[in-house]
Ligand binder design. Structure first.
Ligand code: PMV
Length: 328
C-alpha cells in the first residue's frame, strides 16, 4: 500500500477560461487569470495497493457511483502511467464548504487529487508539472496548485499549458471575495457542456477570443499597479462577456437566474454609494463579489438588505497545493 494526501483551495477566475481547443489534453482556447481563495477547499487521500480489485471513490463519506468513479479512474490512469504502475486505488475526498449550496469545486478537488497522487506514487513533480497534471483532471484545477493571483498560460501542448503565479507584492492580502449563494431549481449545464456548445455554435465566440488577451493584459497591469478599480472593471466586463457567448449559442442558454440578476444589480447599486465592488459568475447562478478587505463589513451589511446571512460567505486569498500527513 502506498499513500498520499493533499489539500487544495478553490480559485475563482477574474478573466475566464471558456472553451477548449483540445478536449483530451484539456488545452484551453485562451489564457485565464484567477484568485485562489481560503474559504473552500478539498482534502484528498489516495492509497494504491496490489490488493485492491478496482478503483473506489468516497466523497464526503459517500461511496460514489460508477460515473463519478470513472472520472477519477481516468485521472488515476494518467498518474499510474507516469509512475509505471497498474495498481488500483482508493480515493477519499472531503470538501470543506461553509454550506451545502452547490459550491463543491472541481478545481480544488482535482488539484488535491493530483497532489495526493504525486505523493503516493512518488512522482517528484515540480509545481509546474503538478499544474499540468491537475489540468488533465479539470482545466481550472491547474490554477489551484498556486496561491494568490494565478495565470493559466494556454500553451499548445501538454507540456506548455500550465499555471503560474502572477507577481503581486502580496496585494491579494488586501482583497476579498464575497459569495452570494443562489439556490435555483434550474437544470444545470455543466461547464464542460456549456463551453463545448458555445465554441461550436455561438456567434459571439469569436468576439470573446478577440478580446480576452487584452483583458488579461489589463488585469495584469492593474495587479502590478495595485489599481483595484481597474482590476474590478475588467473582471466584471470579462465575466459578462463570457456569459454573453452562451446567449448566442444554439440552443441558447444562460447560467443566470432571477436572483443572479438581483445580485448583480445590488452590486451596481452598492458601487454607486461609493463602495468599490465588482461581480463575476461562473457556470452556475451564484454571484461572487470582488472587493477590498477594508470594505467587507459595509458591503456585507448592504448585501444583507436583500440576501440572508446564510447566503453570504466571505473569502480571502488562499494558498497553493499542500501535502498532508496521512492519519494512520
Ligand atoms: O475547469 P472547469 O471545467 O470546471 O471550467 C471552469 C469554467 C469557469 O469556471 C466558468 C471559468 C474558469 O476559468 O474557472
Amino acid at each position: 500500500m502506498y499513500n498520499g494526501k493533499a489539500r487544495a483551495y478553490t480559485n475563482i477566475a477574474l478573466i475566464k477560461y471558456w472553451g477548449k481547443k483540445d478536449k483530451e489534453l484539456i488545452l484551453p482556447m485562451n489564457n485565464s487569470l484567477s484568485l485562489t481563495l481560503d474559504a473552500f477547499y478539498t482534502e484528498t487521500s489516495v492509497s494504491f495497493s496490489p490488493y485492491h480489485t478496482k478503483d473506489s471513490f468516497v466523497l464526503d463519506g459517500q461511496l460514489q457511483d460508477e460515473k463519478a468513479t470513472a472520472k477519477v479512474s481516468r485521472f488515476l490512469d494518467i498518474a499510474r502511467k507516469k509512475a509505471g504502475v497498474n495498481d488500483f486505488a482508493q480515493v477519499e475526498s472531503q470538501n470543506f464548504v461553509p454550506t451545502a449550496a452547490g459550491l463543491a469545486s472541481s478545481a480544488s478537488g482535482l488539484a488535491a487529487l493530483a497532489g495526493a497522487c504525486n505523493d503516493a506514487l512518488q512522482l517528484g513533480l515540480s509545481e509546474k508539472e503538478l499544474s499540468q497534471l491537475a489540468r488533465r483532471g479539470s482545466g481550472s484545477a491547474c490554477r489551484s496548485v498556486f496561491g494568490g493571483f494565478v495565470e493559466w498560460e494556454k500553451g499548445h501542448s501538454d507540456d506548455t499549458s500550465y499555471a503560474q503565479v502572477v507577481p503581486s507584492d502580496d496585494w491579494e492580502e488586501e482583497l476579498a471575495m464575497i459569495f452570494i449563494l443562489i439556490n435555483d431549481q434550474q437544470k444545470d449545464v455543466s461547464s464542460r457542456d456549456g463551453m463545448e456548445r458555445t465554441v461550436a455554435t455561438s456567434d459571439f465566440y469569436d468576439g470573446w477570443l478577440e478580446t480576452v488577451s487584452r483583458d488579461i493584459q489589463t488585469a495584469k497591469q492593474a495587479i502590478a499597479a495595485k489599481d483595484f478599480q481597474a482590476l474590478g472593471e475588467v473582471t466584471e466586463a470579462n465575466g459578462l462577456k463570457m456569459h454573453a457567448t452562451t446567449l448566442a449559442a444554439t440552443p441558447p442558454f444562460t447560467y443566470w437566474s432571477p436572483d443572479s440578476l438581483k445580485a448583480m444589480n445590488k452590486v451596481r447599486q452598492i458601487r454607486q454609494t461609493g463602495l468599490a465592488c465588482y461581480f463575476t459568475m461562473d457556470a452556475g447562478p451564484n454571484v461572487k463579489v470582488l472587493c477590498q478587505k477594508k470594505d467587507v463589513s459595509a458591503i456585507l451589511a448592504a448585501l444583507q438588505e436583500d440576501f440572508t446571512k446564510e447566503q453570504l460567505t466571505c473569502a480571502y486569498a488562499g494558498e497553493g497545493l499542500k501535502s498532508l500527513e496521512m492519519e494512520v
